[in-house]
Design a protein around this ligand. Structure first.
Ligand code: SAH
Length: 405
């Protein structure tokens, strides 16, 4: 970028308040004027209506989020070295967690002060997403720094097309450094192996955010296995079977994984084999979960441990009502299949539905089911998905662990 004075973005009166609370987004509606003609991703100097310095931000000419804050320090200069230091800080944070896995989120966008950047590590493969014009403009220096700092040679891009569209960026996938993965990567999480398809899988290939909850499922399955002669698991919205495999490896006797995607379930079956689990113990059903829950009830099937991990039913605030009905329906149906003493792990990854509301929805299902249920724990994303207190939008995954009395 050039050495001329950085372009300036002047806010409307009063619109500085969210930035003073260190919220990193500047909406188009808050902008009074832009001096100069900053290019997409160019760093702009954000000033309050009275001219006070507020932040350095990456400009996005066509997005509703017109700029994303890099730094609130006037003395900072956003350049390749500065970005490398931010990346180093994110990596050091993950190092300190001492996770018992070779797969984790290394960079989580706004939470790590790198708005719109996601970096996941699967063994020696890095999978990145550039989801804002701000980070898009720096993709070269970011990839160089990642290779240098992690020692990983292969960097593969899986930028989510939907997010990029909002930033007027074209879809993007492909190798950015080294070579594209020629085969799926087998990761090991707490001794359990999972095959990850970084080329075509969801997100960057795997639900890393559910790691702690997989461990919790494993722990509870192991405990139940000491108390009963069988532990039957129902894993709804199973994807590649993460929760089922974790439970089976921990001692569950049988798991039924249900997903509408036959491809995902093929990988779930493969994951069972990878862990020496008999195919007969790891059943899969390619079906709509709503229909499957009805069939299971009609067939009189019962379970000691049930996981509900649906996709985002409420992609935006406008869908909350309809989503609430869907969450209630699956929870109600699942409760009807749960054995006394059994556990329900129920999740929502809708950012528009907070934990309070989610708990209320599930409580409604519990009341209608007539079951006597205890709330044992509230669950969330793992520590490699931290949330900035200034940016509550970063919190999306929430869950409840309920026990049937
Ligand atoms: N629990 C998984 C992640 C679930 S993601 C894990 O821990 O890895 C949501 C999954 O729900 C996707 O795999 C998607 O294919 C599936 N899905 C979405 N709608 C569905 C429906 N109505 N019935 C069955 N599966 C559905």
């Amino acid at each position: 970028m050039s050495t001329r004075e950085p372009p300036e973005l002047r806010l409307k009166p009063g619109k500085e308040r969210s930035l003073e609370r260190r919220h990193p987004w500047i909406y188009a509606s808050a902008v009074a004027r832009v001096a100069g003609t900053p290019a997409a991703g160019e760093t702009v100097c954000v000033r309050a209506a009275d001219g006070r310095f507020l932040a350095w931000a990456g400009f996005s000419p066509q997005s509703l989020i017109r700029a994303r804050v890099w730094s609130f320090e006037q003395s900072d200069r956003v350049d390749a070295d500065w970005l490398a230091a931010r990346l180093q800080r994110a990596l050091a944070r993950r190092e300190r967690l001492r996770l018992r896995t070779d797969a984790m989120r290394l960079v989580f966008g706004e939470s790590d002060g790198l708005p719109g950047l996601v970096v996941d590590r699967y063994r020696d493969l890095l999978v990145v997403q550039f989801l804002s014009a701000a980070v898009e403009a720096w993709r070269g220096p970011i990839v160089d720094a990642l290779v240098r700092l992690t020692g990983c040679d292969d960097v593969y891009e899986r930028s989510d097309a939907q997010f990029r569209r909002r930033e007027a960026l074209p879809p993007a996938t492909g190798a950015l450094h080294g070579s594209a993965p020629r085969a799926p990567v087998d990761i090991v999480e707490d001794g359990v192996r999972y095959r990850v398809d970084a080329l075509a899988g969801h997100k960057t290939g795997f639900y890393l955010d559910q790691r702690d909850n997989r461990l919790r499922v494993a722990r509870e399955a192991a405990r139940l296995a000491t108390e009963r002669d069988r532990v039957r698991v129902l894993n709804c919205f199973a994807y590649t079977g993460g929760f089922a495999i974790a439970a089976l490896a921990a001692g569950a006797s049988h798991a039924l994984s249900i997903d509408s995607s036959a491809d995902a379930l093929a990988l779930a079956a493969r994951n069972a084999t990878l862990n020496g689990i008999a195919a007969s113990a790891a059943e899969t059903w390619a079906s709509d979960v709503f229909d499957a829950l009805r069939s299971l009830r009609d067939a009189g099937r019962r379970f000691e441990l049930i996981v509900l991990d649906p996709p985002k039913f409420a992609p935006a605030a406008a869908h909350v009502q309809r989503a609430a009905r869907a969450y209630k329906e699956i929870n109600l149906k699942a409760l009807g299949l749960l054995e006394p003493g059994g556990l329900l792990f129920t999740f929502s990854c809708s950012g528009a539905i907070g934990i309070e509301l989610f708990q209320k929805i599930v409580a409604g299902a519990v009341i209608d089911s007539g079951a006597d249920m205890l709330l044992l724990a509230r669950l969330g994303a793992g520590e490699d998905h931290p949330m900035s207190m200034a940016h509550p939008e970063g919190e999306y995954l929430k869950g409840l662990l309920l026990e049937r009395a």
